[in-house]
Design a protein around this ligand. Structure first.
Ligand SMILES: Cc1cc2nc3c(=O)[nH]c(=O)nc-3n(C[C@H](O)[C@H](O)[C@H](O)COP(=O)(O)OP(=O)(O)OC[C@H]3O[C@@H](n4cnc5c(N)ncnc54)[C@H](O)[C@@H]3O)c2cc1C
Ligand code: FES
Length: 338
């Protein structure tokens, strides 16, 4: 059985199965209610029940006092609807609404998906979750106080593990460690979320995603979020890599294309190998976009990858009419003072 949840003041509405908490179903539907632990311990998800009834679930008394409960408050991470409900809660609309945390995490799984790309699945301590917007990044804190930035490749609704796509930089301190000595179960510390590279969901414009190499990571998070939120905007992903072996998750993007009629995947190889027998697009990824779109005035572009790609892309797209404030990017720069 499902109940209707209405969020005030936004008036967003969705259908919530009775066995799910209000927070779970909201995140699954793409509505960013605030939260911390997702476990009834921190109080970050507290809001008001304006109409209807809920099962409050199990929570800690310090997260929701009896007085608060009598005043109509509930923890949305534990409360499940028993009737249609109207709740009052300020949705997280922008990155500045999300608290930045410093946390330890355990490397749960290491997956080598290409000769120089490792996917790290990070597990947070019990009772802890990281709130973030799809596309944001975290800083891994190294022992000597230095930090290295990596984009979150998972979407917020799929947050049991944080996913990073790490490219091995020759001579790099942290990525060298990942490829040469790190073992599963290693403990890391990070700070986040950071950044303003996230999907602007208040727009109806078609979207071009432009990824270079592991620049796919945050775009994967954004796309998985968009699909989850039933986004119907036209979306095209151009993913550039050197050769076929560098396109480290091609099946996933191909699968999205089959499942979502509003999504198209265009892989672009800059230096295909003879053995690739590559029948597809070649050249630089931003150039492929520029070749396909003479007029970008009605689009939004999200670009991520090497700084040169991001810069060249911005120039080429703005020259084709893209408004500068519709260009969003994360450039994979190196940390200062390595
Ligand atoms: C917001 C953001 C998000 C990012 N997300 C990702 C991601 O999801 N995946 C990913 O793979 N990477 C990502 N990066 C890039 C990543 O942070 C760097 O590649 C990483 O810091 C390398 O760490 P390292 O310790 O291995 O290398 P470092 O020790 O920093 O050195 C890397 C290599 O580059 C050289 N080098 C250092 N500084 C410079 C410089 N200024 N110019 C030229 N060469 C230099 C070094 O000598 C070495 O060979 C992101 C960067 C930013 C800013
Ligand atoms: S998110 Fe911590 S109490 Fe609900």
């Amino acid at each position: 059985m499902s109940f209707q949840v209405t969020i005030k003041p936004s008036n967003h509405q969705y259908s919530a199965p009775e066995h799910e908490t209000i927070l779970e179903s909201a995140l699954r539907e793409g509505f960013a209610l605030p939260y911390g632990c997702r476990n009834g311990a921190c109080g970050s998800c507290k809001g008001k029940i304006l109409q209807g009834q809920v099962d409050y679930g199990k929570y800690q008394d310090n997260a929701l006092s009896e007085t608060e409960k009598h005043a109509g408050m509930a923890l949305f991470c534990t409360a499940k609807p028993l009737t249609d409900v109207v709740i009052e809660c300020r949705e997280v609309g922008a990155a500045r609404d999300i608290p930045v945390k410093t946390m330890p995490c355990r490397v749960q799984k290491m997956e080598k998906v290409a000769h120089d790309v490792m996917i790290l699945h990070l597990k947070l301590p019990a009772n802890e979750r990281l709130q973030f917007l799809a596309g944001q990044y975290i800083d891994i804190l190294l022992k000597d106080g230095k930090r290295r930035s990596f984009s979150l490749a998972n979407a917020p609704h799929d947050d049991e593990f944080l996913q990073l796509h790490v490219r091995h930089m020759p001579g790099g301190v942290f990525t060298g460690q990942v490829f040469n000595s790190m073992q599963e179960k290693a403990i890391l510390r990070f700070e986040g979320p950071h950044g303003s590279f996230f999907l602007r969901e208040d727009s109806k414009k078609p979207i071009l995603f432009v990824a270079g190499g592991t620049g796919f990571a945050p775009i994967k998070g954004m796309l998985e979020h968009a699909f989850q939120a039933h986004c119907k905007r036209e979306m095209v992903l151009y993913w550039g890599a050197r050769s076929l072996r560098d396109l480290y998750m091609p099946h996933l993007a191909g699968q999205w294309q089959q499942e979502h009629p509003n999504f198209t995947f265009i892989p672009v190889l800059s230096e295909p190998l003879a053995e690739d027998n590559w029948p597809g697009r070649t050249g630089l990824v931003h150039q492929a976009v520029a070749d396909d779109f003479a007029d970008l005035s009605g689009y939004q572009v999200y670009a991520c990858g090497a700084p040169q790609m991001v810069e060249a892309g911005k120039q080429a797209f703005v020259a084709r009419g893209l408004p500068e404030d519709e260009f969003f990017a994360d450039a994979f720069t190196f940390a200062a003072g390595v």
